[in-house]
Design a binder for this molecule. Structure first.
Ligand code: ADP
Ligand code: ASP
Ligand code: MG
Length: 459
């Protein structure tokens, strides 16, 4: 089999974890599989890099962060038990850190931190971890090399959350990776990062290494894509919120997409798309235990549970757009959403009052002011849109399960379960696919709502 395995930050959190990860890849390879590894930055490193960028902007000293990064990555090399390879790795780390320092100094002198510079600066996290992991594998006697995704994934230049140009990327992936597999190597690819057509470094959004793995899997015609993480697969809800959460053995692509889109951090929201396009099964497994995890497929075997999982998006805001002048005027909604689209604002949920006098939508809290400004630009007078207001600090709770399709009374059951806890619902929406129902509550009620639904449907 040809397997793409992606390891998250905690799976390469220190030297022991690097070795454990290398050993899983090697064991799978020794069983006769072709193995391609995608790796995230060591846990905490992406945030450290962003912190360093902010410090440079303010003109503060970055020497201590650079030293910390150096010793963290040097410590992580401890299991490279081959003098020559260890030396090469440490030299490689120093070369990358010098390059990083130059980028940070640039920010300092320009007094400007653009999204473009941020992408360049955070890219060092994955470039460092991939180097250490490939050398840890090589030191165990299996040929391996780090591959910068720059030579594999082409994007637009929407820095911070770039859009992948698939056809071009798939060609590069196949052309550049196939020869390495033919040579019997384990390529270790940087997750999260890519390059634009213009040659600038871009990123695929936070948590984007999952997405990288899926793009690579689709480009190289993998038989399976494994997302190796720090929990036993996709669980009924985030185990950090509800201690009774447990692993779901199988999910359909659609269910996994809905869960990821509505905040289940275990998968980047776009991970499933490339896998679906080539019908590749995705497994989500724990890199620290032997559990079988979750298998994501086109169709799952019958599972009569109506509700399979619950997810949450925190730090969201509802924006209300209203005005009696909107009634019966065609195209107001289209104008509203075009304005948001033009400003790159992602809309999670939409609701329109039956009177047509109001439209409300949910976005990330950080986009609130930007979206109000965009709307005021589109509707400068108050004839059509009179008021624009918002509520910040809300949570979207999404309940996912294909058994809900056609199951009479699911919504009623859900809402009566949470009504028992006196939780007030601010907005409701049902996905057109009918595999999910989402609703908005205040942030104080978010976790309470999850626990109430979990208790009612999943325990
Ligand atoms: P990685 O570094 O491996 O990419 P992440 O931290 O991005 O790992 O994702 C794993 C985390 O996702 C888990 O530790 C868990 O807290 C969170 N999570 C949220 N929802 C779920 C869910 N439904 N099932 C499993 N984990 C979830
Ligand atoms: N290192 C990146 C992040 O922290 C990407 C990832 O972990 O998937 O967001
Ligand atoms: Mg992640």
């Amino acid at each position: 089999m040809r397997i793409v395995m992606k390891y998250g930050g905690t799976s390469v959190g220190n030297a022991e974890r690097f070795l454990n990860t290398a050993n899983i890849a090697i064991d799978t390879y020794n069983k006769g599989n072709e193995v391609i590894v995608v790796v995230s930055a060591m846990s905490g490193v992406t945030d450290m890099l962003l912190g360093a960028a902010e410090k440079s902007l303010k003109g503060e000293d970055i020497a201590s962060i650079l030293n910390e990064l150096r010793s963290k990555h040097f410590d992580a090399c401890k299991n490279i038990k081959n003098e020559e390879l260890l030396k090469i790795t440490k030299e490689g780390i120093d070369i990358l850190l010098v390059d990083l320092e130059k980028s940070l100094i640039g920010v300092h002198y320009l007094g400007e931190l653009s999204l473009r510079s941020k992408d360049r600066i955070v890219s060092f996290g994955e470039r460092l971890s991939s180097l250490i992991l490939s050398k840890t594998i090589e030191a165990q006697g299996v040929p391996s090399d780090k591959v910068d995704a720059f030579s594999l994934i082409v994007t637009d230049n929407n820095f911070g959350e770039a859009a992948v140009i698939f056809n071009e990327s798939y060609k590069k992936i196949s052309n550049n990776l196939s020869p390495l597999l033919t040579k019997g190597m384990i390529p270790v690819i940087t997750g999260f990062i890519a390059k634009s057509k213009e040659g600038d470094i871009t990123t695929l959004g936070r948590g984007g290494s999952d997405y990288t793995a899926s793009i690579i899997g689709a480009g190289i015609a993998a038989d399976e894509i494994w997302i190796m993480t720090d929990v036993d697969g996709i669980m009924t809800t985030n185990p950090k919120i509800c201690s009774n959460a447990y692993t779901i053995p199988e999910l359909s692509y659609l269910e996994a997409m809905e869960l990821a889109y509505f905040g289940a951090k275990v998968l980047h929201p776009r991970t499933i798309e490339p896998a679906v396009s080539k019908n590749i099964p995705v497994r989500v497994k724990n890199s620290m235990s032997e559990s079988t995890g979750t298998l994501i497929l086109k169709e799952t075997n019958a599972n009569h549970k109506v509700v399979k999982a619950i997810s949450i998006i925190e730090n969201a805001a509802i924006v209300y757009v209203s005005g009696a002048g909107m009634i019966g005027v065609p195209g107001v909604a289209a104008k509203v959403f075009k304005a948001l689209g033009d400003f790159n604002i992602n809309v999670y949920m939409i609701s329109q009052g039956s009177s047509e006098a109001n439209i409300s939508f949910v976005i990330s809290e950080k986009d609130t002011e930007k979206s109000e400004n965009a709307l005021r630009k589109t509707f400068p007078t108050k004839d059509l849109v009179k008021d624009i207001s918002h509520i910040k600090g809300v949570n979207i709770i999404s309940v996912v399960g294909k058994g809900m399709k056609g199951a009479v009374g699911t919504a009623a059951g859900l809402f009566s379960a949470i009504a028992k806890d006196k939780i007030n619902i601010l907005m409701i929406s049902q996905g057109s696919s009918e595999v999910s129902i989402s609703f908005v509550v205040s942030k104080e009620d978010g976790y309470k709502a999850i626990r109430a639904i979990h208790k009612e449907y999943l325990e």
